[in-house]
Design a protein around this ligand. Structure first.
Ligand SMILES: *Cc1c(COP(=O)(O)O)cnc(C)c1O
Length: 376
């Protein structure tokens, strides 16, 4: 172990530039809160992009223990990896459906496709007819977002759903909202009305419309199943309101070097920061290659002992310079840890400063961090 005893505020020896801590108890608590809010609807867990960057291998079992048995990924390969992690009695939906020629892979790996266009419907039907088996599939319809799902023209071209649904087992009719994070946006009611009109042509099919934010739009949006992702990971489902969810990640970076600079000294690429007096600077071992967006140059923050230490200068690939003048010099030393995400700085705050959304901050968190899982 270390020959030199470090004070408590110096990070436990780690070779990584930062420690990303993922709190599985927080994810489970967020799942249970969503179950409460969903008023009896089944609550699925959205696992795409490696559980929004938190690590599906650890997140999915934590959700299983919290009672989750329905999961969504975006890609087939994500679904295949998920299948090895979750119990056989759980359902693994693949939102993008089968890429042309891959329907048989879904059957082989026990995945349920979300069918989004007439080609996918035809391919799934053909597989069912060939095997003489009614295999389960979800059908997505476009209620106004124009991204995925059968359009009104597709539905007209396919004809009476009772005919084309007969070849397979239709287990879920779903659509997706464009503006659920803005509760009074007129799109929400408009999409719900369109969804209801389409649903009338698909009698007796369980329905799903809600992502995380729509769980908080009230019972009209819950239907039979809700599909939260972001809220599981602590992202605020209703920006502008108090976030009812627990933060699931914290990120603590390591100080590489501390220096004192004088008036007129420039810091970082482009010399975009120039000191107006004597200041103390710390360089931390996290940069844009780790997902700390370059848009945070000269505008983001970090925290030491709860004290704000602003990013000053340009975010580099592997490092960031912080103005730590507000911290007593005796406390600063290489190896010391600095909060980038945590109690003083939630994911949504970083996103707002970077001009993006919490989803992008989480899904970009890089592969060079040491990952620690707690709870679960
Ligand atoms: C990503 C996604 C979700 C989950 O959305 P969140 O806003 O993260 O809760 C649900 N449904 C579909 C179709 C999605 O693409």
């Amino acid at each position: 172990m270390n020959a030199v005893a470090h004070p408590a505020h110096v990070a436990q020896a780690s070779r990584a530039g930062a420690v990303l801590t993922i709190d599985l108890d927080a994810v489970a608590a967020n799942y249970r809160l969503l179950v409460e809010r969903a008023g009896g609807a089944v609550v699925a867990g959205v696992m795409k992009a490696d559980a929004y960057g938190l690590g599906m291998v650890r997140v999915a079992p934590a959700l299983v223990r919290a009672g989750c048995r329905v999961f969504f990924t975006a890609h087939v390969d994500e679904g295949i990896r998920l299948r090895d992690i979750v119990p056989p009695d759980s359902t693994a939906y693949v939102l993008h459906g089968p890429p042309p020629g891959t329907a048989a892979d879904f059957l082989e790996h026990g995945l349920t496709p979300v069918l989004n266009d007439p080609g996918q419907v035809r391919e799934w039907r053909a597989l069912c007819v060939r095997l003489g088996r009614r295999l389960p599939a979800a059908v997505q319809v476009d209620s106004g977002m124009s991204r995925m799902g059968l359009s009104p023209a597709d539905l007209a071209a396919l004809g009476d759903p009772r005919d084309w649904l007969a070849a397979f087992e239709p287990v879920l009719l779903m659509s997706h909202l464009a503006c659920a994070d803005v509760p009074d946006h007129p799109m929400n009611a408009r999409q719900r009305q369109r969804f209801d009109a389409i649903r009338a042509q698909f009698p007796a099919m369980p329905a799903s419309l809600a992502n995380s934010s729509a769980v908080f739009l009230g019972p009209d949006f819950h239907y039979d199943l809700v599909r939260p992702g972001a809220a599981l990971y602590g992202i605020d489902p209703q920006p502008g309101h108090a976030n009812p969810l627990r933060q699931a990640v914290s990120l603590d970076a390591r100080i590489v070097q501390v220096r004192t600079i004088e008036a007129g000294d420039a810091v970082g690429y482009g010399a975009r920061y120039v000191a107006d007096g004597t200041r103390r600077f710390a360089t931390i071992a996290v940069g844009y290659a780790d997902g700390w967006l370059r848009a945070l140059s000269g505008r983001g923050d970090a925290y030491i002992d709860g004290v704000r230490v602003p990013i000053a200068g340009t975010v580099s690939m592997d490092s960031i310079t912080l103005d730590v003048t507000g911290i007593p010099e005796a406390r600063l030393q290489p190896g010391m840890s600095v909060e980038l995400l945590g109690p003083h700085q939630p994911v949504d705050a970083v996103a707002a400063q970077a001009g993006t959304i919490g989803y992008e901050v989480l899904t970009r968190l890089g592969s060079r961090f040491e990952r620690r899982y707690v709870g679960g």
